[in-house]
Every structure is written in C-alpha cells, then in structure tokens.
Design a protein around this ligand. Structure first.
Ligand SMILES: Cc1cc2nc3c(=O)[nH]c(=O)nc-3n(C[C@H](O)[C@H](O)[C@H](O)COP(=O)(O)OP(=O)(O)OC[C@H]3O[C@@H](n4cnc5c(N)ncnc54)[C@H](O)[C@@H]3O)c2cc1C
Length: 546
C-alpha cells in the first residue's frame, strides 16, 4: 500500500488526504494545529463554479478567460482549463459531503458577483464558506480515519524534506510536544502549508502561515515561482492585531468606494472605470485606493438593514465589533492589506515539483492565479490541486525504497544541532527580527515598488540573515520560531530578488520605474538556490508555464 505524508491540514491538505485515502493509499496528515484553526476557515466570500441555472451567457470558457485575464496571462492555460472544468463537480461533491450552500426562496443556489468576473458565479455558505467546507472535509477525512487509511497528527511542524539525488523519500518533522525531530518516510510528500502571511506581519490571514516550509524547501534546491506577485486586498479595516477583511461580497452586492473632496463624495472607481468600476480586479482597486488623495470609504448603507442582515451579516458584525461602525448607516473606512500569495513552490501540472515524489498544493504552490488571483478561485484551486496531486501519486508506478534508518545519521546531526541551540541561553531577538522583516517587506514590496526600495529591502534582509546565521536561541519563544527564522528570511530574499528582476508592471506587481506591462516578461519568474547563491530566471519555454 502506498504511503503519503501530507503537511498542512487546511482545505488543500484535507482534500488531498481524502482523495489519497479514497484511492486506497495510507495517509499521515500532519499539522501544528487542528484544521479548524487553519486559515481556510477564514474564507467567507465564496467559491467559483459554472453550474446550470447561472446568468445567461456564462460558461466554463468564460470562467477560464476571466481567470487568465485576471492573472494577466501568466497562469498556465492547461492548468486553468482543468481548474475551471472541474469546478462544477467539486461543488456537487462538496454539497454531497455536507457543505450547505446558501439558496434562494425557491431552493436554487445563490450566486454573487466577484471582482474581475464577467458573470455572477461565486457560490457561498452564508458568511462562512471556508468553515463549512473545512467541516465537510474533516467529516470526509474522519470516514477514512475510522478505516485506518488516514492518521491525523497534531503538534507537528515540517522541518525539511528527505531528499537524495532529486528524489523525495519523506520528511523530517519537529514534534512540538516532545521537542524532538523525527523522520518519516513515504512514497510521496505533499506540502499544503498555505500562504506566507506572517512575512508581512499584520495581514488579513493567519500568522501560522509563515512560508517556512516553502523557504526551507527552496534552500534544499526546490525552485519557487512568481514570488513577486503578492495580492493586496483593497478593502480591510485596521485593528490592533490584524487587518480584518471586508469581503469583496460588499462590492458584489453593490458597495461603492469613494473619497471626499470639499465635502463632496468622489466615486473614483466608477468615474475612472465605469459602472463596474467597484468590481475591477483587486490589483487595480488596491492601486487606486493607494493613490487616492485622502481616506477611502466603502458605502453599502443604501442596501438597507434587512438586506445587509441577510447578505452581509459578518461584515456588519466585524465593523461594529472592531470599529464601532454601523454599516447600515455609515460608510466603512478601508485600507488595502496583504491578503494572498500568487507565488510559491513551482509545480508541474500534476502538482509535482522537479523533485520526484515531492508535491505542493493549495496556496503554497504557484499555478492558477498568474499575476493576480480572482476572488473565489482560491478555495477552488485548493481542492482541485489537492485532488490532482492525489491522482498523480496514485498513478505513479514506483514505490520508494528508502526507509527511516537510511536517514538516521542526518536525523542525529539535525537533532544535535537543534539541542545545542536550545541549550544556549543568550538572548537572541528572534521575534524582533521577524517584526523588522515585516516592516521591510511592507516597505519594499508594497502596492507600488521601485528598484531603490527593493534594493534597500535586500540590504535589510541580508543583514537579518547575517545575524540569524550567528545562531543562538531565544528561550522566550517556541523552538519552531527559532529554527524557522533562516528559512523565512531566505524566502523573503528570494521574493525581493524576483521583484527586482521583473522590470515591468503586471497584475499585483506594480513598479513605478517600469509602469508598463512588457511582453518580454510574459512568463513566470523562477528563482532557485544553490549553496547560498540565488538565481532568478525567466524561461518562456519552461515546463511550469505549459
Ligand atoms: C480572510 C480571508 C478570506 C478569504 N476568503 C476567500 C474566499 O472567500 N474565497 C476564496 O476562494 N479564497 C479566500 N481566501 C483565500 C483562501 O482561504 C486560502 O487561499 C485557502 O484557504 C488556502 O488553503 P490551504 O489549504 O492552501 O492553506 P491553509 O488553510 O492556510 O492551511 C495551511 C495548513 O498548513 C499548516 N502549516 C503551516 N505551516 C506549517 C509548517 N511549517 N509545518 C506544518 N504545517 C504547517 C497550517 O497549520 C494549516 O493546517 C481568503 C483568505 C483570507 C485570509
């Protein structure tokens, strides 16, 4: 029986695990915290699909075209076609396993408009789409758990992959409770660790998504793709701990963005882009808000209390709770915030990396969203990619031959290094460096960047890396926060180098010194690492783009 390790138990990890188990494989699903605490549960807006009964003229072809255009034609057409073609089946399967989508009085599923889409095709479950899908997938996973096909283990962090000559044999993991490393071998390793939010400090997402696994794999020779494409969500509100998302659903329901001059409201998106201006893609709206001459507000009050209570209850609650604003009577002050990562681990269409047996799925992989993701496409991509990887693993003929004992000296070496650093009591400001890194990233990879700012960011990160390499240990934070630092900093440097290399503006990558889209850059950015040296390349013929 094939054995698969899945790291990360959000929607992508759960979807992959359930599909592997369904195909008769044995799955070990590892994460530090339960699925109920993954970032996936935060998704509220919805999931895209074309199903019968939609708006006249909508079809899978237009979903494909919207996705490709929204991503400024950097996503692989074959991959996007597969994604959109599978969407209808995915929604039906989700419903079958217990996801309850919102329906109208006649029992027909409701759809809402989302940015950058030519038709209403975003299905939702009240205000808790992500939570509902996670719950349904947990129940599906439990079914296989009871048959002994899935084992779920908590308190486990990815440490590194077990690689030999371009083949992956499993993972070294850190058990937070035992404070120990261990090796687990398998026929395939699937990384499903989500985005890179905490690289940027305060964002809309979970600070458990820190990109460490991506950075560590990069240091082990796994190529990364399109890291410069970081999605800023245009509408969030500031709170002390994070930026709370004001869902695109507000604009989907007719919400209007404006700023004020001389007491007059300027509906700048409508003035510049016409009646659908408030539903332009997120990159466009975030830039316009950033460039607005004063504070920007989002008004939905005209919808009325009854409709707001029915359609946008979570937005009403968040605004009242965190800012004391009644959205039925007053506009919401909004600012853009880092929200989603289009870039990540470079994978082929079957979600395998260049390392045989090593797969990446969900937000940590880069595949479907090109230079800018459409709202509602990420939940879809998380499920589709999880299933695609599972199918590919099932189809692979070879079973891997190496076992735990083959990695015992590697394990002993890493454990000794970890114990030595944990024994050191010198105050090493791990969290301070992470805070400084977040400031650097916000400054250098903001909504609008330029060469000077990116170079300054690189200097900062090189300095943090030089401090981190004089490794010591901060006993006031977890061992994970200590050992993950270098991987996170290395990923940050790779993102800055990718942004520096792309001398054009496209989607979420906007350079004031290269303001135009340039056909020479109509290809993916691939960054690789070899013994401390970083290489960024743009290869139009590269397999990742097919
Ligand atoms: C506020 C918000 C609202 C959103 N709304 C929508 C929406 O309406 N529609 C839509 O399509 N998309 C939405 N998104 C995006 C979407 O939710 C995510 O892209 C998607 O859920 C990612 O799923 P995932 O399984 O890849 O990652 P996650 O759900 O982030 O799961 C990652 C898993 O990896 C684990 N992990 C992380 N690091 C490690 C490590 N080092 N070792 C071991 N495990 C690790 C985590 O604990 C977790 O279990 C939203 C995002 C946010 C932040």
């Amino acid at each position: 029986m094939k054995k698969v390790i899945v790291i990360g138990s959000g929607i992508a990890g759960l979807a992959c695990s359930a599909t592997c188990a369904k195909k008769g494989m044995q799955v070990l699903l590892l994460s530090p915290a339960p699925s109920e605490r993954s970032q996936s549960v935060m998704a509220s807006g919805g999931i895209n699909a074309v199903l019968p009964g939609g708006e006249p003229g909508d079809n899978v072809e237009s979903h494909i075209e919207d996705t490709l255009r929204g991503g400024r034609y950097l996503s692989g057409k074959r991959a996007v076609t597969g994604l959109c073609q599978s969407a209808g089946q995915i929604l039906q399967d989700l419903e079958r396993i217990g996801t309850v989508f919102s329906v109208d009085a006649a029992g027909a599923p409701k759809r809402r408009a989302f940015g950058g889409q030519s038709h209403k095709r975003t299905f939702y479950c009240g205000a808790s789409t992500g939570k509902q899908i996670v719950t349904a997938l947990i129940m599906e996973a439990r079914k296989y758990e009871s048959r002994g096909l899935i084992e779920r283990r908590l308190w486990c962090h990815f440490y590194k992959a077990l690689l030999r000559e371009g083949v992956c044999y499993g993972a070294m993991i850190f058990d937070e409770k035992k404070k120990q490393l261990e090796t687990v071998t398998a026929d395939a390793l699937v990384i499903a660790t989500g985005g890179q939010n905490s690289l940027f400090g305060k964002t809309t997402g979970s600070n458990m998504c820190d990109g460490y696994a991506v950075g560590r794999l990069f240091m082990q020779g796994v190529a990364l793709k399109n890291l410069e494409f970081i999605q800023y969500h245009p509408t969030t509100i500031e709170t002390a701990q994070k930026k709370m998302l004001i869902s695109e659903a507000v604009r989907g329901e007719g919400g209007r963005l404006f700023y004020e001059t001389n007491g007059r409201r300027v509906y700048f998106m409508e003035e510049k882009y016409g009646p659908r201006g408030n539903l332009m893609t997120r990159d466009v709206i975030s830039r316009e808000i950033f460039l607005a001459p004063g504070p920007v507000y989002l008004d939905i009050s005209f919808l009325g209390k009854k409709a707001i209570d029915e359609k946008l209850p979570e937005v009403k609650e968040v605004c009242a709770k965190y800012r004391g604003i009644d959205i039925c009577r007053e506009p919401i002050p909004v600012v853009p915030s880092v929200h989603f990562f289009m870039g990540g681990i470079a994978v082929h269409n079957n979600h395998e990396t260049d390392m045989k047996g090593l797969f990446a799925v969900g937000e940590c992989a880069s595949m479907y969203h090109g230079a800018n993701r459409l709202g509602g496409n990420s939940l879809l991509a998380a499920i589709h990619s999880g299933r695609t990887a599972a199918n590919a693993i099932a189809d692979e003929a070879a079973e891997r031959v190496m076992r735990e004992e083959d990695f015992s000296s590697e394990l002993a070496g890493e454990q000794a290094r970890l114990e030595m650093s944990m024994a050191s009591k010198s105050p090493f400001p791990v969290m301070y460096i992470r805070d400084m890194l977040a400031e650097t990233m916000q400054r250098s990879l903001g909504i609008i960047r330029d060469e000077a700012g990116i170079s300054a960011g690189l200097e900062d990160v090189d300095y943090y890396l030089s401090v981190a390499n004089r490794i010591s240990y901060d006993g006031s934070v977890s061992a994970y926060h200590n050992f993950s630092l270098t991987g996170i900093l290395t990923l940050a440097k790779a993102a800055l180098l990718s942004a520096k290399a792309r001398k054009e503006s496209r989607g979420a990558h906007c350079r004031s010194d290269y303001p135009e889209e340039d056909e020479n850059y109509a290809c993916a950015t691939i960054v690789s690492y070899d013994g401390g040296s970083y290489t960024v390349s743009f290869d139009k013929e590269h397999a990742y783009e097919s």
